[in-house]
Ligand binder design. Structure first.
Ligand SMILES: [Zn+2]
Length: 302
């Protein structure tokens, strides 16, 4: 697998989309979606007023189909750490994810610091739980505008709850970024949703002519229908932070956006039962071994 999935567009243009896939190695569908999208653009020779750079992030974890090898690559994006990684040679790095992060930074740092570029990050993910898909924004006002081009719930308030995410990195750089959770890890429909969501963003930012949306419009229409029962805007109120030593086990059957009540028995760990801290909707209940987030509670924004 290549680190650079593809590059497309007019390279002098200001608008630049940095698209990350496979930050978590058990989430391969983002790679497939980008490969297909680059092929479709090449084949139709679409005119793109901007640049897209698609990057496969955690290659060793993707090869082994695990979330990460030594540590979660989506918890490593601190400015102080990035500065250190820039200065240290590869031979001095002893964690697989540090090496991966340095490779990614080698590819993107020039663009990230190019003030002439209008840079946006879209980070493609899938979830272990069933039930819908959603986008997550950082605090930059443009992020919400980008997210609203995909007909799925928009989650805000995540930056600050989870530390060291790609979204937080872009937040600290003063740049817009969204994560797009397009379905379950093995759900092929997620590939179609990723492609359609990306093209919707590209057309709505005038990088693509509106006719380029036509081949993907049926997917967006189906998403509108499939997710119309979900709230458009939600805010994160709680993160159940866990470590491997906690032996966290989510109780079975929870799906994304399922309503939960304060006091509901949601999970167990070696310290006993874990009860829901407040009424709300559950998001990303953890049904896989690796991960630092047991579940999130979100509330609809009126
Ligand atoms: Zn992920």
């Amino acid at each position: 697998m290549e680190r650079l999935i593809g590059r497309y567009g007019k390279f002098g243009a200001a608008k630049t989309f940095l698209i990350f896939a496979g930050v978590h190695g058990n989430e391969k569908l983002g790679i497939q979606a980008l490969q297909e999208l680059f092929d479709e653009f090449e084949e139709r020779k679409v005119d793109f007023e901007g640049t897209i750079l698609g990057i496969a992030c955690n290659l060793p974890a993707l090869q082994q189909e695990v979330r990460f090898i030594h540590k979660d690559l989506n918890r490593q994006w601190y400015l102080s750490k990035i500065r250190k990684l820039g200065a240290l040679p590869y031979g001095m790095l002893n964690s697989s994810e540090d090496i991966e992060q340095k490779h990614i930074l080698d590819l993107v740092l020039d663009i990230v610091h190019d003030k002439g570029k209008e840079l946006m990050l879209i980070d493609l993910h899938t979830t272990s739980a069933k039930g819908g898909c959603f986008s997550i924004t950082n605090n930059h006002p443009r992020s919400r505008e980008l997210a609203l081009q995909i007909p799925v719930p928009v989650i805000n308030g995540m930056v600050g709850k989870i530390k060291g995410t790609t979204l937080e990195y872009f937040d600290e750089l003063g740049l817009p970024a969204i994560a797009y959770e397009a379905g379950q890890h093995t759900e092929q429909e997620a590939v179609q949703r990723m492609k359609a969501g990306l093209v919707s963003i590209f057309t709505n930012t005038s990088c693509l002519g509106s006719k380029e949306l036509l081949p993907y419009q049926h997917v967006l229409d189906k998403m509108k229908k499939d997710f119309q029962h979900l709230p458009k805007d939600v805010h994160v109120t709680h993160l159940q932070d866990i470590t491997e030593e906690d032996e966290f086990v989510m109780r079975p059957g929870y799906i994304n956006f399922q309503p939960v009540k304060e006091g509901e028995h949601l999970a167990d760990d070696k310290y006993g039962p874990i009860y829901c801290p407040s009424d709300g909707l559950i998001l990303m209940p953890l049904y896989q071994k690796k991960g630092n987030d047991g579940f999130f509670i979100v509330k609809k924004v009126d």
